[in-house]
Design a protein. Structure first.
Length: 202
């Protein structure tokens, strides 16, 4: 009789589907990974144009917070984040790189428990710098950020994710000296892994 009861209980457990993960609500988390900024531009003097390109690579780490809504299996959300990066390269006594950055993005995902692939789109601000014999100059650059990721719910509260982001920087141009003009932009590639904690809320 005990064996029969145990068999029936086991069958019921197997037949009962696992509860769907609730992606709704607020969450906070942290991430770390690889970043590669690329400066591209042109320097023109007396009709002669010299193309310029500097690509660096390094690490990035940061924190994020967001909130999700659900409509069937679709997950809609918004997320803000800030990160610190150490990625620089240089030549001819000048070193260029990036350090602090922030972003605000909208996310759209499709829940296929326990996984949720998603895409994102938003804006970003990144502080770049140039170091030389005369000191260090900083400047904030803005751009359009887009990307995709995959999130995995380990349990009701803890989620892990892997994400790729590409930031297309808004270009700029100006005059360096009489007769010298320039145009450039900063593009950034980021690959990170992160963990987040669901806080609930609605």
């Amino acid at each position: 009789m005990r064996r029969l009861s145990a068999s029936v209980a086991a069958a019921l457990l197997i037949a009962t589907p696992a509860a769907a993960h609730d992606w709704r609500g607020f969450y906070v988390g942290g991430e770390a990974g690889f970043v590669s900024p690329e400066y591209r531009g042109d320097l023109t003097f007396s009709g002669v144009t010299l193309p310029l390109s500097v690509r660096a690579s390094g690490f990035t780490a940061g924190a994020f917070a967001g909130a999700n809504l659900m409509a069937g299996p679709w997950v809609y959300g918004a997320e803000v984040g800030a990160s610190y990066s150490r990625a620089e390269d240089g030549a001819l006594g000048i070193t260029a790189g990036i350090d602090w950055s922030g972003s605000a993005v909208a996310r759209v995902g499709y829940a296929h428990d326990p996984l949720m692939p998603y895409a994102l789109l938003g804006i970003s601000a990144t502080r770049g710098y140039a170091k030389g014999p005369g000191g260090t100059d900083h400047e904030t650059r803005y751009g359009l950020v887009m990307g995709a990721g995959l999130e995995h719910a380990l349990n009701d509260r803890v989620r892990i994710r892997a994400e790729y982001r590409y930031t297309h920087g808004f270009g700029r141009s100006g005059v360096l000296l009489p007769g010298f003009t320039y145009s450039d932009q900063l593009d950034i590639h980021r690959v990170t892994v992160g963990v987040s904690f669901a806080l609930g809320g609605y």
